[in-house]
Ligand binder design. Structure first.
Ligand SMILES: *[C@@H]1O[C@H](CO)[C@@H](O)[C@H](O)[C@H]1NC(C)=O
Ligand SMILES: *[C@@H]1O[C@H](CO)[C@@H](O)[C@H](O)[C@H]1NC(C)=O
Ligand SMILES: *[C@@H]1O[C@H](CO)[C@@H](O)[C@H](O)[C@H]1NC(C)=O
Ligand SMILES: *[C@@H]1O[C@H](CO)[C@@H](O)[C@H](O)[C@H]1NC(C)=O
Ligand SMILES: *[C@@H]1O[C@H](CO)[C@@H](O)[C@H](O)[C@H]1NC(C)=O
Ligand SMILES: *[C@@H]1O[C@H](CO)[C@@H](O)[C@H](O)[C@H]1NC(C)=O
Ligand SMILES: *[C@@H]1O[C@H](CO)[C@@H](O)[C@H](O)[C@H]1NC(C)=O
Ligand SMILES: *[C@@H]1O[C@H](CO)[C@@H](O)[C@H](O)[C@H]1NC(C)=O
Ligand SMILES: *[C@@H]1O[C@H](CO)[C@@H](O)[C@H](O)[C@H]1NC(C)=O
Ligand SMILES: *[C@@H]1O[C@H](CO)[C@@H](O)[C@H](O)[C@H]1NC(C)=O
Ligand SMILES: *[C@@H]1O[C@H](CO)[C@@H](O)[C@H](O)[C@H]1NC(C)=O
Ligand SMILES: *[C@@H]1O[C@H](CO)[C@@H](O)[C@H](O)[C@H]1NC(C)=O
Length: 355
């Protein structure tokens, strides 16, 4: 038997051995085009939060902490034991009826790597080698080059569930758990999980399966023109947004309403723009109460230069019980003012020199 035939036989054998355990799934996704999503990662080896951040290309470390409800003081070098579960936040893109991570994570092929090893051992079967092969246009899965960059397509969705905004969470099933228990734990119903995941017989559920679990998201007044729209956060999680100028969190105890405040963080390339609601003297996160209504300055999204705010008034008297009314106001775009200021200085400098 030639060595090529032997290699082929070994390859087929390894596929046969690993195939029944591969549990990666595809999630239905017909809205979007983009949103934020979550997936479980069970690291096979002892590692650190910072290594996981790098592996999954999570841009903002605070967002990784927020998805895991970890305190903001957690250090990046914090160790993660083998088989511990870390929830990964990532951008999702819907296309052609399915959702996959939006061109992240990107894995750089190392010496000795094979596609199946990358799918199984590095990304813990969240994807199959066939899925990596397909999105990266690889014609022969046994031919990849050291240094080649591979897009790892994690499953996700942006669809609403029963008309409500949800965060789709790719939950890796632990051995011995049932669909009923998972539904109970994540505040959904067994029927929803079966329907969403196309499961006909709940007894067929296997450990390691990646289940699409819709987590109820807090409602917000973030506009559809905002760069972080739709900002979806599930109970107990937080995120930093608007270039880290704003911190938002979701707690079911706040009536499932997103609570945002000025982060107070120093941002690397400038100062945060004004976060005042008009000239109300109320800044994002502040509220005032009168006898029958409470007015809050809420975060309404951001663009390159502006943070949008919205004064939200809700009636606190049970007799009226009206839904909150929203009065939108745009703050002064102070980044633009800074820009105008710099330009005028440059113009003056130029005029001065040309005299
Ligand atoms: C983590 O980093 C901090 C400082 O950044 C250092 O004091 C600490 O010893 C480090 N811990 C580990 C486990 O490396
Ligand atoms: C969309 O999906 C259908 C079937 O699921 C497939 O035939 C078609 O090639 C896909 N189109 C694109 C652009 O991927
Ligand atoms: C974990 O260790 C195994 C064996 O050393 C290795 O093959 C695998 O790539 C490692 N996984 C990660 C995510 O580093
Ligand atoms: C794969 O090929 C298709 C068309 O053949 C192209 O649209 C797509 O961008 C390619 N994807 C990658 C990752 O190169
Ligand atoms: C969907 O919403 C309807 C009414 O809005 C409700 O009766 C039903 O229980 C909901 N289903 C789930 C799975 O939450
Ligand atoms: C964005 O919201 C406005 C109203 O707030 C609506 O008219 C518009 O159709 C929405 N656009 C998209 C793309 O959803
Ligand atoms: C929301 O999370 C908190 C803990 O962060 C928990 O006590 C509470 O029961 C959760 N609420 C729902 C409805 O799941
Ligand atoms: C909770 O929010 C709903 C709508 O989102 C509203 O109808 C209800 O009055 C609110 N309840 C309280 C106690 O604020
Ligand atoms: C600050 O930097 C971030 C990324 O580094 C960029 O997205 C943002 O637009 C920058 N903001 C300004 C005001 O230049
Ligand atoms: C508004 O919130 C900021 C923190 O975001 C706080 O420092 C300030 O005192 C608050 N102002 C009022 C009027 O409550
Ligand atoms: C606050 O409540 C009073 C009556 O209780 C009402 O007349 C007024 O319009 C409310 N203010 C706002 C901004 O909704
Ligand atoms: C936002 O910033 C990016 C790069 O920093 C730039 O390409 C884009 O045109 C800007 N958009 C607006 C609306 O200013």
């Amino acid at each position: 038997m030639g060595s090529a035939t032997l290699l082929l036989a070994l390859f087929l054998l390894s596929v046969l051995i690993t195939a029944p355990r591969a549990q990666a799934a595809t999630f239905k996704c017909s809205s979007g085009p983009t949103c934020n999503a979550l997936i479980d990662y069970v690291s096979p080896n002892t590692t650190t939060l910072s290594a996981i951040q790098t592996l999954f290309g999570v841009e903002n470390f605070l967002t990784l902490l927020g998805a895991n409800s970890l305190p903001t003081s957690t250090l990046a070098n914090q160790s993660v034991a083998a088989n511990d579960k870390i929830v990964i936040p990532f951008g999702c893109r819907c296309s052609n009826g399915t959702g996959i991570s939006d061109h992240r994570p990107v894995y750089t092929v190392q010496k000795g790597d094979g596609l199946d090893h990358i799918a199984v051992d590095v990304f813990s079967r969240l994807v199959t080698y066939q899925e990596i092969q397909e999105v990266n246009n690889i014609s022969d899965p046994s031919v990849i080059e050291v240094g080649q960059e591979l897009w790892i397509p994690l499953p996700c969705s942006c669809d609403k569930e029963n008309g409500s905004a949800v965060v789709h969470y790719g939950h890796v099933v632990e051995s011995g758990s049932t669909v009923e228990e998972i539904a109970e734990e994540y505040g959904t119903t067994e029927e929803t999980l079966l329907e969403l995941n196309g499961i006909t017989d709940p007894k067929t559920l296997q450990a390691g399966a990646v289940l699409d679990v819709p987590l109820k998201a807090c409602t917000s007044v973030v506009r559809n023109t905002s760069l972080d729209y739709p900002l979806l956060l599930s109970n107990g999680t937080y995120a930093y947004t608007a270039n880290n100028c704003v911190k938002c969190q979701c707690h079911s105890s706040n009536n499932w309403t997103l609570q945002c405040e000025q982060s107070g963080l120093q941002i690397s390339n400038g100062t945060c723009p004004s976060m005042e609601c008009g000239s109300s003297r109320l800044y994002i996160g502040n509220s005032t109460s009168t006898t029958c209504n409470k007015t809050t300055c809420a975060y309404a999204g951001y663009t390159n230069q502006t943070i949008f705010t919205s004064l939200v008034t809700e009636s606190t008297c049970s007799s009226t019980g009206n839904a909150p009314s929203y009065a939108s106001k745009i703050t002064l775009p102070s980044w633009r003012w800074n820009f105008v200021f710099i330009v005028s200085q440059l113009v003056m400098l130029y005029l001065h020199h040309s005299q």
